[in-house]
Design a protein around this ligand. Structure first.
Ligand SMILES: C[S@@+](CC[C@H](N)C(=O)[O-])C[C@H]1O[C@@H](n2cnc3c(N)ncnc32)[C@H](O)[C@@H]1O
Length: 394
């Protein structure tokens, strides 16, 4: 006679473990819990927003959603939403959304908010952002939303990193230089512009020209330096009290950009840094924090999902902001010319196949081919029919 073992009741723990195994999640069961928590309000959430809310890459969230649907925890059609069964599970295990009542209702746990009363400033930056150069994904560019640029600038000011300081920005496709100058002029007053200076270093001349043009339109002063950070900074750049950077989101990129900043930072114990990093995998974050610690930097604050981007879906369109202080014995980990891999795409290094959605003409894009990126292919258009929509295949 067959002995039937009673089926274990569905709990958040066994559900998250099963789904993590089914999706081979690097994040483990916690990744599944993050997705469920993002749905606990009972809202219908499109997959892109779900990725942002749960701080997971879009393809990972799509896979989790699929597994939760198969298990009846999410409704099958449309944007992700809990089924009746999912809702009662979350009620049993988490008390529904009650835990959210403990988050600050103003900043929703972000820790810093855009102050009310400056709508014209946001409109102005949004208009400027519409005309900024196209992203060059070979340089890991992906532009921050205008709100993020102003929010980061206001955060840097609020933490005492700007007024009375010499500020170094390493890479500035997010237009932090412009945001800093506009924000200080609006919120503190035009006299405060004499209280600090901003230097932008970038390898992309288009951005440097754009920043200069917008600043001169606004009668603001910024120094721009065209330089590839793979080589040490020019000696005549002077020294700085504050640095800010949104480096390529690889451990090597973070190490290199921060090392270059430290070449030029004053070491009197008052220096600070603002670093963005878009990976939420704990192994990579641990590597980053080990490197920061090894360079004599102290993490004063780390705000997950502080920055939001227009692209970057593989990184959930968001990144964390680190507020760092520079200790008296801070020193770069990289001092010489750097020749290793740097960008997220360096690790992939493979060409991709696309076909034109109009005439099905085929293209290979990437290393070893005349067109390096899908953005460049769209700009160039299909050689046969001029179409600008392409689909990946193969
Ligand atoms: C690396 S991108 C990344 C920031 C982006 N917001 C993101 O989400 O990933 C930031 C800036 O660094 C610049 N940059 C990239 N590689 C560089 C290099 N080797 N030297 C100097 N600047 C570089 C880019 O042009 C860009 O303005």
């Amino acid at each position: 006679m067959a002995i039937s073992t009673p089926k274990a009741p569905l709990t958040l723990r066994n559900l998250s473990e099963q789904v993590a195994v089914a999706c081979q999640l690097m994040e483990g069961p916690q990744g599944v819990i993050q997705v469920l928590l993002a749905l606990v309000n009972g809202e219908k959430v499109p997959t892109k927003d779900l990725a942002r809310k749960s701080r997971l890459p879009l393809p990972v969230v799509a896979a989790i959603k699929n597994e939760l649907q198969k298990r009846g925890v999410l409704r099958v059609d449309g944007p992700a939403t809990l089924s009746d069964m999912g809702r009662s599970l979350m009620q049993r295990s988490w008390g529904g959304s009650r835990f959210q009542e403990t988050l600050c209702p103003v900043c929703k746990g972000r820790g810093h908010r855009w102050p009310p009363g400056f709508p014209e400033l946001l409109n102005k930056l949004t208009n400027y952002c519409r005309n900024r150069p196209r992203v060059d994904v070979r340089l890991d560019q992906s532009q921050a939303e205008p709100e993020t640029s102003l929010l980061r600038a206001s955060y840097m000011v609020a933490r005492g990193g700007v007024l009375g300081k010499r500020v170094l920005l390493l890479g500035d496709d997010d237009l932090i230089s412009l945001s800093l100058l506009l924000w200080v002029r609006e919120s503190v007053g035009p006299d405060a512009l004499k209280e600090f200076s901003v230097v932008v270093v970038d390898v992309d001349e288009r951005y440097l020209e754009f920043i200069q043009e917008m600043c001169s339109r606004e009668n603001l002063t910024v120094q721009t330096v065209h330089h590839d950070l793979r080589t040490p900074l020019p000696r005549n750049l002077g020294s700085f009290d504050t640095f800010a950077t949104d480096p390529p989101y690889t451990v090597a990129g973070c190490r290199l950009f921060v090392s270059r900043a430290l070449e030029r930072m004053t070491k009197d114990g008052t220096g600070m840094g603002f670093l963005c990093f878009g990976q939420s995998r704990s192994d990579l974050l641990a590597e980053v924090q080990k490197s920061l610690c090894g360079m004599g930097l102290v993490v004063q604050e780390m705000i997950p999902m502080f920055n939001r981007y227009l692209g970057c879906s593989v990184l959930a369109n968001s990144s964390a902001l680190f507020h760092l202080s520079v200790s008296t014995d801070a020193a770069p980990l990289i001092r010489d010319v750097y020749e290793g891999s740097l960008y997220t795409r360096d690790s992939k290094g493979k060409a991709k196949k696309y076909h034109c959605m109009k005439c099905k003409g085929e293209y290979e894009v990437g290393p070893g081919h005349p067109i390096q990126t899908i953005e460049a292919l769209k700009e160039h258009g299909c050689s046969s029919c001029g179409g600008r929509k392409f689909k990946a295949y193969g």
